[in-house]
Design a protein around this ligand. Structure first.
Ligand code: GAR
Length: 218
């Protein structure tokens, strides 16, 4: 892939905040987990002061599981179909996050809509990464939708999660051009590259707000 494409990140990224003790995060992921892997790498290198307490996935065959095993990170598979009601499914997730004393919940490719029941339990403590310039292209096929719609610019966003789907205060966005010869694969690859840049900085920023009790002013 051409890694030299132009992009804009806003707000501009500087250094990571330092956390002592390390910021305790729980990651929710449903897929391959390249964003999760980036967090593991930065944590292992000592560049980002996070303690990844647990990975929760809703897919028993998700690639993120292997990454957790390799990184020696506890993981739990919680499948909605094993619960009679969505509330019980979410309660299991909530209890797991609380058992691991998680301060910040990071949705890194989590493809399950969460209800207000879940969100209120972690008010202002959940962030999500999404592969579009929100509020454009919400939903589960954002990259494809941007191509089908003939958009010339797209990107990715990290935001605090509120009661609406793919909504809530934006933390960082990255934008890039969609070229005429881009397809879903090439565009996904470029967006992933940008996601790996903005997610760690968003965690750093969100962690700073949480630790300094500044969320009310955000
Ligand atoms: C990422 O592109 C993320 O933005 C997207 O899933 C992908 C996960 O990639 N999330 C959503 O679409 C949420 N609506 P990864 O598994 O390689 O980190």
């Amino acid at each position: 892939m051409d890694k030299s494409f132009n992009y804009i990140i806003s707000p501009e990224i500087s250094e990571f905040r330092r956390f002592s003790p390390k910021l305790r995060i729980g990651v929710l992921a449903s897929g391959n987990g390249t964003n999760f892997q980036e967090l593991i790498n930065l944590s292992e290198k000592g560049e980002l002061d996070i303690d990844i307490k647990v990975l929760i996935t809703n897919k028993e065959d998700a690639g993120c599981i292997k990454r957790a095993e390799n990184g020696e990170i506890p993981f739990k598979i919680i499948r909605s179909k094993d619960f009679a009601q969505k509330e019980f499914f979410e309660l299991e997730i909530i209890n797991t996050l609380n058992n691991f004393d998680v301060e910040l919940v990071v949705m890194a490719g989590w493809m399950k809509i969460v209800t207000p029941f879940f969100i209120t339990k972690f008010k202002n403590k959940i962030i999500n990464i999404h592969p579009s310039l929100l509020p454009a292209y919400k939903g589960s096929s954002a990259i494809n939708d941007s191509i089908l719609n003939g958009s010339k610019i797209t990107g990715c966003s990290v935001h605090f999660v509120d009661e609406e789907v793919d909504s809530g205060s934006l933390i960082i966005q990255a934008a890039l051009s969609i070229r005429d010869d881009d397809d879903i694969e090439s565009l996904s690859e470029k967006i992933h590259m940008l996601e790996h840049k903005i997610l760690p900085h968003s965690i750093s920023h969100a962690g700073f707000l949480i630790r300094s009790n500044s969320m009310e002013n955000y």
